[in-house]
Design a protein around this ligand. Sequence first.
Ligand SMILES: Cc1cc2nc3c(=O)[nH]c(=O)nc-3n(C[C@H](O)[C@H](O)[C@H](O)COP(=O)(O)OP(=O)(O)OC[C@H]3O[C@@H](n4cnc5c(N)ncnc54)[C@H](O)[C@@H]3O)c2cc1C
Length: 412
Amino acid sequence: MTTESVEEFRHRARAWLAEAMPRLSGAMPDRLDDNRRQVERVLQRTLWEGGFAGIGFPAEYGGGGLAPEYQRAFSEESLPYDMPVSLNVPTLGILAATLVDFGTHEQKARHLPAILRGEELWVQFLSEPSGGSDLAGCLTRADRDGDLFIMNGSKIWSSAAFVSDYALCLARTNWDVPKHRGLTMFIVKIHQPGIQVEQIRQVDGSMEFCQEFFDDVPIPVADVLGEVDDGWTVATRLLVHERNAVGGGSPYTSGRSGGHESSGQDDSLAQMVRQQGRAGDTHLRQLVAEAHVRGLVGGALIQRVTSGVSRGQMLPSAGSLLKLFSATNVMRRYEIGLELAGEGAAAWPASSAGVAQRLSEATLWRQGLSLGGGSNEIQRNIISERLLGMPREFAADRDVPYRDVRRGGARG
Ligand SMILES: Cc1cc2nc3c(=O)[nH]c(=O)nc-3n(C[C@H](O)[C@H](O)[C@H](O)COP(=O)(O)OP(=O)(O)OC[C@H]3O[C@@H](n4cnc5c(N)ncnc54)[C@H](O)[C@@H]3O)c2cc1C
């Protein structure tokens, strides 16, 4: 237990940040190329050396062991500084968080300090070529062989797997039980013989997404996270962490969060209109105001849901409210931004790419916001079934051994 108050902590953090972290000059870099990744690993190491890495993670494994208010105070103070924000999602906010919940002492001691030092980047191997929403319909298999499981199959849409070190991978270990009961979550070292990682080119030219192919990959039994055949419990918790992290409400992330653009703290749209000399235009003013108000509502929602969940007044699945709001809000913000940017978002001089260019590029992949972390439709299903108590969606395969479930016209 710390005796330092949140305000004392905030003052100490403010002084340390000014001393140790580089100030942001202009906007955060959007492109995550290899250089930027290296920079972020070093920034994470700097946080570690200053004692500010993993403020909410258990002290036993190298974290600060502090309550979410301390993490929030640090994040607020860190906004003017260059922070290793790409480590927030998925490494810290989703995968390390799940490791805290389900890892054995050995697993946590092996990985958490290394993650907090910026030495290990993690990724999630969940979605498959056959579909991502029906996560429990996973076809990648892991068959027991003594002290090993042998993994075969394929995962897809894994963000940045080619530069990451470890993954949490869901695989089917039992085909004789209904689909949710025969899954196991594994800690998988990505770059090893038997795993082929292929990058996928996206519409904006980036190559962030990957597909992995597993060919008789040996996974030690000691790398099972949680219990064998109970991977669904682990996956469900991982998804709760994911919705919180993507929605901006994770207690484990530092600096600007996924919800930052929808948190009312970003005035880049107003600045852009001022620079265009069009700040007197009533229509543009209304659009800027809409984006700002949406931001304020987003920030208030994050506060409300995170404090509701941490006090036990809301179910953890309330994170779906954050995820859905953040996805729809940020998409609307890009629409507004594109309208404000006008022709500046269609073409720009190579020497002066700015907010308009970033808005233009972001618009190309904005639909991804309604898919990554679970689609908007899936969030709506969760909200209606788990928060509002409406009847569950019909599922023909609910109590059927997975071996007997028809898939694409065939059985297992
Ligand atoms: C930016 C981004 C990052 C991602 N990162 C990762 C990652 O790191 N690791 C990973 O494993 N995956 C990742 N994904 C994949 C993501 O999880 C899937 O795209 C998502 O779960 C949807 O799966 P799908 O694309 O296969 O669509 P499908 O599941 O095939 O769905 C197609 C459409 O049908 C709708 N639909 C499906 N089922 C239902 C239902 N029951 N009720 C109503 N509508 C339904 C969906 O909403 C969607 O509109 C990422 C995706 C994006 C866009």
